[in-house]
Design a protein. Structure first.
Length: 378
């Protein structure tokens, strides 16, 4: 039976004590409450829930859109930086490319279910379908294979591998009207890659849209007479993703979002270039270059990131002055709750034994995914 000792972050705050695993689940959590100042001053290990990333395109040189074994490589790459639950994220693409990508996700899920050894990877909870039902005016780094939403296409893809999130632009023809049907069918709808007005965005929220995809990026900006999608998100949004690599968004804008959106959670939007050296990589049908700490198209447009969730956690604490408790909520618990994974993103008896162990400098020392020790990346 695996046992860890140190400062353990529970749903009620830190304790100084002991955490034990019962197979793939947490069997016991025992100890005495301790304040965070004591945790930061101590040399004892800091034990927090495994990270949850709902927007992952790639890593370790592999891209989810590659199909085949690529998604398995992505999951194995990100678990080494503490991500224990993820959504494989697709690009706007022709139907045949999406089918191949979804088949690769299904293959990775099946392999992980068949052998315990394969659990030394982030658990793939399903797919984030980021397009193709987006605006050609706000593609970002997406290729222009946009099209009108088709429930038949969604259902066919979902039959291959479960879709947990659908990103769409509500102003595109038929999309706003389709939101209630999507929600009734069990899909969680996010708004993004959109040029929608404030009013169109508010109507989409009223229709059942739940959140926003990489807030601020690839959406109509906040202006004082035209608040746009960003303004509607800050005024009315309860959930949103945000990329905290400190390259996509200024820290001041991140702080504003945190004050406004209670369910703001961190994602990486990582690409095949994550955990890889500078050079050229594939992002769907786009060729991208890792350089200057980011990933870009040939014209300089940011194209996803090289961010990992352990660095996102450190950025929240070291650059945005969040407490360890709040940083953990933003990188684990909020996303798990949002996606309906109630037994992830927390250290409590009965939850999956997804745990990250940090030193006093917040560097990884150990990762456990469903109780399995992982060879982590320093």
């Amino acid at each position: 039976m695996t046992a860890l000792e140190g400062h353990v972050l529970t749903p009620n705050g830190f304790i100084k004590g002991r955490l034990t695993f019962d197979g793939s689940r947490i069997g016991a959590v025992n100890g005495s409450p301790v304040d965070e100042a004591s945790v930061r001053e101590s040399a004892l290990p800091i034990i927090v829930p495994g990270f949850v990333d709902l927007h992952v395109h790639g890593g370790g040189g592999a891209d989810v859109m590659d199909g085949g074994e690529a998604t398995a490589v992505v999951a194995q790459t990100h678990v080494r930086t503490g991500t224990t639950l993820m959504l494989a994220t697709t690009m706007t693409a022709p139907a045949s490319d999406l089918s191949a990508a979804f088949s690769g996700v299904a293959q990775a899920i099946a392999v992980a279910s068949a052998a315990s050894a394969a659990r030394a990877a982030a658990h793939i909870f399903g797919v984030h379908l980021e397009g193709p039902y987006i605006s050609e005016e706000r593609l970002g780094a997406q290729p222009n294979f946009t099209r009108h939403l088709a429930m038949e296409e969604l259902q066919a893809l979902n039959a291959i591998s479960p879709i947990r999130l659908v990103t769409l632009a509500p102003e595109s023809s038929g999309n706003l009207e389709a939101i209630p049907a999507l929600v009734a069918a069990g899909y969680k709808v996010q708004l993004g890659h959109s040029n929608a007005s404030y009013e169109q965005t508010k109507a989409a929220l009223d229709a059942g849209a739940a959140g926003f995809t990489h807030l601020y990026n690839a959406m109509s900006a906040l202006q004082h007479r035209q608040p746009g999608m960003v303004g509607a998100a800050l005024a009315h949004g309860e959930h949103a993703e945000i990329i905290v690599d400190l390259l996509h968004i200024h820290p001041g804008a991140i702080r504003a979002a945190m004050r406004s959106i209670s369910g703001l959670y961190c994602v990486t939007d990582s690409t095949a270039a994550a955990n890889m050296p500078d050079g050229e990589y594939q992002l769907g049908r786009q060729r991208v270059t890792r350089c200057m700490g980011g990933v870009r198209l040939a014209d300089g447009t940011l194209a996803g990131s090289v961010l990992t969730m352990d660095q996102a956690f450190r950025n929240l604490v070291q650059h945005l002055d969040l407490s360890l408790v709040e940083a953990s909520r933003r990188t684990s618990t909020l996303a798990a709750d949002y996606i309906g994974a109630a037994d992830r993103g927390r250290i409590s008896v009965g939850a999956f034994a997804d745990v990250v162990v940090l030193d006093r400098n917040l560097m990884l020392t150990d990762v456990f995914a469903q109780g399995v020790a992982v060879a982590h990346s320093a």
